[in-house]
Design a binder for this molecule. Structure first.
Ligand code: ATP
Ligand code: MG
Ligand code: FE
Length: 339
């Protein structure tokens, strides 16, 4: 079956089309340029941008796939979590397409979709797998017996998400929003051992994370340098901050694998695009005999293909379709794969 996926949980209007595990089209319109000058995503601006981008993005995805509306067998949409008004635009559009085409609708969890998308690149996800989900709003370790049926939370951040920490530290360093990719780039010219920043919850025995202490430590360090009239070594601070984040992420991910006797680790979400996280995870997985899967960077950040991928998985699993009454749920729990 051919599944059309619609993603509007944040600033990206994403439309993906898949057949099974084959990606046929992945089209994205982003309103990030409009938000960047505010240093964060402005919800009302995002909603309006989704409204304007929806129809052209769907049409361009169909054109890219060489398909017509009549070829679509099911419609999947991000039902949550995310910005309420932004989600609402995608959910309303998906209902209209599903009803108009007379095909089933699947309301899916954005976070489970960040996990499912890897199947478009690396084939069926081993069952079970451990997933490290690291994005702008979430940082969790998950046990995934079957991404279409069951996702179990093993631990999460108790304060900031990893992506949020990247974005806040970037601001402190005078880098543009969203800061993750800028820190990644700046860090390549710096040393990860230049400054010994704290690693929250490193040895606490849990699979939880904490990044707000690290973020504050970086801000204090930069303030102290500036107050002393010294220049801030942006590349070294970026690299040392990044090293602290990826050290604790990969350490706990491998602890999760060991504790649950799972030998397959998947990393997903926007922060999974980070080059140092990918490299260190590979190094530590190799040493531990764990197989690592990380989607290509363009599939880590928000996109429509991930929603289509999870929709396709639900169709294959024979999951019940959603009703046309499903709400957009801005705080949909990570354990609810579909609604
Ligand atoms: P959520 O998935 O929790 O709802 P979101 O959808 O806004 O949040 P994503 O698009 O999955 O988040 O990820 C965006 C985050 O990823 C941002 O915080 C961004 O800075 C971060 N990010 C993107 N690329 C990189 C990178 N190369 N290195 C570090 N962080 C990155
Ligand atoms: Mg985004
Ligand atoms: Fe996301």
């Amino acid at each position: 079956p051919i599944v059309l996926g619609i993603e509007t949980s944040c600033d990206e209007t994403g439309v993906g089309i898949v057949r099974g595990h084959t990606l046929l089209a992945d089209t994205i319109a982003s309103s990030m340029e409009e938000h960047a000058r505010f240093g964060g995503v402005v919800p009302e601006v995002a909603s309006r941008a989704h409204l304007e981008a929806m129809t052209p993005t769907v049409e361009s995805a169909l054109a890219k796939a060489g398909l017509r509306f009549s070829d679509i067998d099911a419609v999947a949409v991000t039902a949550g979590p995310g910005l309420a008004g932004a989600l609402l635009v995608g959910v309303a559009a998906a209902k209209a397409y599903a009803m108009g085409l007379g095909v089933p609708l699947y309301g899916v969890n954005h976070l489970a979709a960040h996990v499912a998308v890897d199947q478009l690149e690396h084939g069926p996800l081993p069952k079970p797998a451990i997933a490290l989900l690291v994005s702008g709003g979430h940082s969790s370790l998950l046990l995934v017996p079957d991404v279409a049926r069951e996702v179990v939370s093993l631990g999460s951040t108790v304060d900031d998400a990893a992506g949020e920490a990247f974005d806040k530290v970037a601001r402190v360093l005078g880098l543009p929003f969203p800061g993750g990719p800028y820190i990644d780039r700046a860090a390549r010219e710096g040393s990860g051992t230049a400054v010994a920043f704290p690693r929250g919850k490193y040895d606490d025995g849990t699979l939880d994370f904490s990044f707000s202490g690290l973020k504050t430590a970086v801000a204090r360090w930069v303030e102290a340098r500036t107050a002393a009239g010294e220049s801030v070594p942006v590349h070294d601070v970026a690299a040392s901050f990044q090293e602290a984040v990826v050290d604790v992420l990969t350490r706990k991910a491998l602890q999760a694998c060991a504790r649950h006797g799972v030998e397959d680790l998947l990393i997903g979400g926007g922060v999974a695009a980070n080059s140092r996280l990918r490299a260190l995870a590979q190094e530590r997985c190799d040493a531990a005999g764990v197989r690592l899967r990380v989607p290509r960077p363009g599939l880590c950040t928000d996109n429509g293909a991930m929603v289509a991928a999870l929709g396709s998985e639900l169709v294959a699993a024979g999951a019940a379709a959603s009703t046309l009454e499903i709400p957009a749920d801005s705080s949909l729990p990570i354990t609810t794969v579909h609604v």
